[in-house]
Unconditional design. Structure first.
Length: 127
């Protein structure tokens, strides 16, 4: 069947693209691809996960989802080993927003924040 989705890449607005790509590379372990013809845009990659960053206009307000609805992340990434990733990101000094815990829906989950206070959840299904 044609026309079926094969992947998804959420877009996060950021105030400083260079600082954000450095954070994602150094603290979260994602590779960043930038484009000379699109200097306000980057694609982050780790394993099969992709997240796109787009630099907001100077002075624009970036409103993280949790400010609109409590406990709502901006991006949710499914992983194969949440505990190992959590320990790695703690060691990299990523901004840990919530500690590793078992959710009521059967996942092992933790969250980080990016430089613009946006929440990124990482979850492993436990079934």
């Amino acid at each position: 069947m044609s026309g079926q989705p094969i992947a998804i890449a959420p877009v996060l607005m950021v105030a400083d693209l260079s600082a954000s790509t450095d954070y994602w590379r150094d603290k979260v372990g994602f590779m960043a691809e930038t484009f000379p013809d699109a200097p306000a845009f980057a694609i982050l990659r780790r394993g099969e996960a992709r997240i796109m960053l787009h630099q907001a206009e100077p002075g624009a307000m970036i409103v993280p989802n949790w400010k609109l609805r409590e406990k709502t992340s901006d991006v949710h990434v499914w992983v194969d080993d949440a505990k190992a990733l959590y320990e790695e990101l703690v060691g990299r000094d990523a901004i840990i927003d919530w500690e590793l815990y078992e959710t009521p829906w059967g996942a092992l989950e933790f969250g980080i924040q990016d430089l613009d206070d946006q929440d990124i959840a990482f979850s492993q299904l436990l079934d």
